[in-house]
Design a protein around this ligand. Structure first.
Ligand SMILES: Cc1cc2nc3c(=O)[nH]c(=O)nc-3n(C[C@H](O)[C@H](O)[C@H](O)COP(=O)(O)O)c2cc1C
Length: 147
């Protein structure tokens, strides 16, 4: 089966509390570990950008569930491609809160964070940039052994 990398952008239905975001991440890490999914969730004041990596069926099934989630809307797939290797294999679901000062240090300007406007390449490099800059806040860091 093919390793697949899917990236999407979405908007919070209403401003989500940190509690809700941590809830989403906790459940995501548990589910993703079981299903061989890795990825990264980047969020700002009102938008999400997420990459999901794994076997095609697992990624597609998860994306269908994510599409139905009422905590966000305007879910727009930016890319879905077969990949040679995982880029985010360190994380069952890593996360980056762009509202934190450390995110600015990674060169991401939160005022301009508009994931729906990103090209597939721009979206992937933003995700890679913030993951690589290790701006992951410790309390949200979902650091897991490589899959
Ligand atoms: C922005 C966002 C990202 C999410 N990412 C994941 C994820 O990576 N893995 C996961 O299992 N659920 C994720 N979820 C939660 C799913 O949408 C869904 O609530 C969860 O899988 C439970 O689905 P179920 O109620 O159909 O069992 C995410 C939700 C949101 C709003």
């Amino acid at each position: 089966m093919a390793l697949t990398r899917l990236i999407y952008a979405s908007r919070m239905t209403h401003p989500l509390s940190m509690f809700t975001i941590v809830e989403i991440l906790d459940a995501a890490v548990r589910h993703n570990r079981q299903h061989g999914i890795s990825g990264m969730l980047v969020f700002g004041v009102s938008s999400f950008l997420q990459v999901l990596e794994g076997e095609m069926d697992a990624v597609d099934l998860l994306y269908e569930r994510i599409l139905r989630d009422l905590r966000h809307r305007d879910v727009q797939m930016l890319s879905r491609e077969v990949a040679d290797a995982r880029m985010f294999g360190r994380w069952a679901m890593g996360s980056v809160d762009l509202r934190r000062p450390a995110a600015a240090a990674a060169g991401v300007d939160i005022a301009r964070f508009d994931p729906h406007a990103l090209s597939p390449d721009q979206a992937l490099s933003l995700l890679w940039q913030v993951a690589g800059a290790q701006v992951l806040p410790a309390e949200l860091l979902a650091d897991t052994p490589a899959l």
